[in-house]
Design a protein around this ligand. Structure first.
Ligand code: B9F
Length: 127
């Protein structure tokens, strides 16, 4: 079965896009994330991501990355696994935790939300 290296352009079920630049030999990578949703009046900005994937066994590797939102005080971490189907189509099955900044520790209990996202590889045309 085909190997899965995360380098490239991906889009999730919400329409968010991310670009992961080269994965190094240790499996570490960085990239850019553009969320399609934000639930805030503030304009959405491209935000940096940093993570790592297993490269010792490239069949269905697990990975994790952090997005530090450029336009808010919040942070999202994603964990997931890359699967390749019989036609070579890759999907990233992920879960995320979104931490918003609580005004005080009394609000800590409601500061983290959880969800799932599925990413598929996209072709980005050169301009
Ligand atoms: O909208 C989030 C945010 C946090 C505080 C003000 C704005 C930042 C963007 C999060 C995007 C999430 C989704 N996009 C995606 O691709 S990360 C997980 C999902 N997957 C709105 C107001 C308060 C909290 C959220 Fe905020």
């Amino acid at each position: 079965e085909r190997k899965c290296i995360l380098t490239g352009d991906w889009q999730n079920d919400l329409g968010s896009n991310m670009t992961i630049s080269a994965v190094n030999g240790a499996g570490q990578f960085s990239g850019l994330y553009l969320t399609a949703v934000s639930a805030t009046e503030k304009p959405i900005l491209v935000s940096p991501l940093n993570g790592s994937q297993h490269v010792d066994n490239l069949e269905h590797p697990t990975f994790g990355f952090t997005v530090k939102w450029s336009f808010s005080d919040s942070t999202t971490v994603f964990v997931g696994q890359c699967f390749t189907d019989d036609h070579g189509k890759e999907t990233l099955q992920t879960m995320w935790l979104l931490r918003v900044k609580a005004k005080s520790m009394d609000d800590n209990w409601k500061a983290t939300t959880v969800g799932t996202n599925v990413f598929t590889r996209i072709k980005v045309q050169n301009m």
